[in-house]
Design a protein around this ligand. Structure first.
Ligand SMILES: [Zn+2]
Ligand SMILES: [Zn+2]
Length: 258
């Protein structure tokens, strides 16, 4: 662990530019002004399950049907600086942002733990679409999960959940279509187990019984992906599933400034 501590020390004093505003300062990460701009408004009432701001006391994502995940922890809202950072990381592939973003998520999770949230047994990233992985060369949720695990002292199972097929790209779909497109897309114990192939695929399911699992993703939009992954984990025996996302998308009309 000594090299890890040394790396953290190094990140604390080597001058760098704030990825939000370009301000030159000592240490890596966001400047205080950008960190403040990213913080969620504590006065805004939010859904206790998915963190969406409540519109007239009602959650647009959980009201139609309760999701399979038990709760969401989001580091920030997907708007303004939050959207810029996630897009730079995910779309423009600025992999150097992964550390800053993992720091933000670790901070949000520690806040939830301090408020009484339970600690999961291990964390797992939402698996990437194969085509997206080939185009980007990395999986944004997996990279965050990998960096988050040592920050929180948790184990990370990068391949515990897998995609059974690539499915349609979701960006242009509405909530109902997303739910349909994601249904049955993920599994923890798939055809490989049924064919009798042992090893890595089987191990995660074995210690899932009743366990609390945290699933890491970059953006929570309608929650359809998180719902589908939580369904797969619970079908394999998980007792509860939390979604840890960098950014929570806010539906038009539900936020303080939309
Ligand atoms: Zn800044
Ligand atoms: Zn909700």
């Amino acid at each position: 662990m000594r090299h890890l501590t040394a790396w953290r020390d190094w990140r604390g004093w080597v001058p760098a530019e704030c990825p939000g505003c370009g301000l030159r300062m000592a240490g890596q990460g966001l400047c205080p002004a950008c960190a403040g701009a990213l913080a969620m408004d504590p006065g805004l009432p939010r859904c206790a399950v998915c963190m969406h701001p409540l519109a007239a006391g009602r959650c647009p994502d959980c009201a139609p049907a309760a999701p399979a995940y038990d709760r969401i922890i989001a580091a920030f809202d997907y708007r303004d600086l939050g959207r810029e950072l996630v897009q730079a990381y995910k779309i423009r592939c600025r992999l150097s942002l992964a550390d800053v973003l993992a720091d933000r998520m670790a901070c949000a999770v520690r806040g939830a733990w301090a408020a009484g949230a339970d600690v999961p047994r291990w964390i797992v990233p939402v698996p990437a679409r194969r085509l997206a992985l080939r185009q980007r060369g990395f999986s944004p949720p997996a990279e965050i999960a990998r960096l988050l695990a040592p920050r929180l002292g948790l184990a990370c199972r990068l391949t515990a959940v897998r995609r059974l097929r690539d499915g349609r790209k979701q960006a242009a779909l509405g909530r109902a279509d997303r739910l349909e497109a994601q249904a049955g897309l993920y599994a923890c114990d798939g055809p490989r187990d049924r064919r009798g192939l042992s090893g890595a695929w089987r191990r995660p399911a074995a210690d899932l019984a009743g366990a609390r699992i945290a699933v890491v993703d970059d953006v929570l939009t309608t929650g359809a992906t998180m719902h589908a992954v939580a369904m797969a984990l619970k079908a394999a025996g998980a007792g509860s599933v939390e979604g840890w996302v960098l950014a929570r998308a806010v539906r038009h009309g539900a936020g303080p400034r939309s």
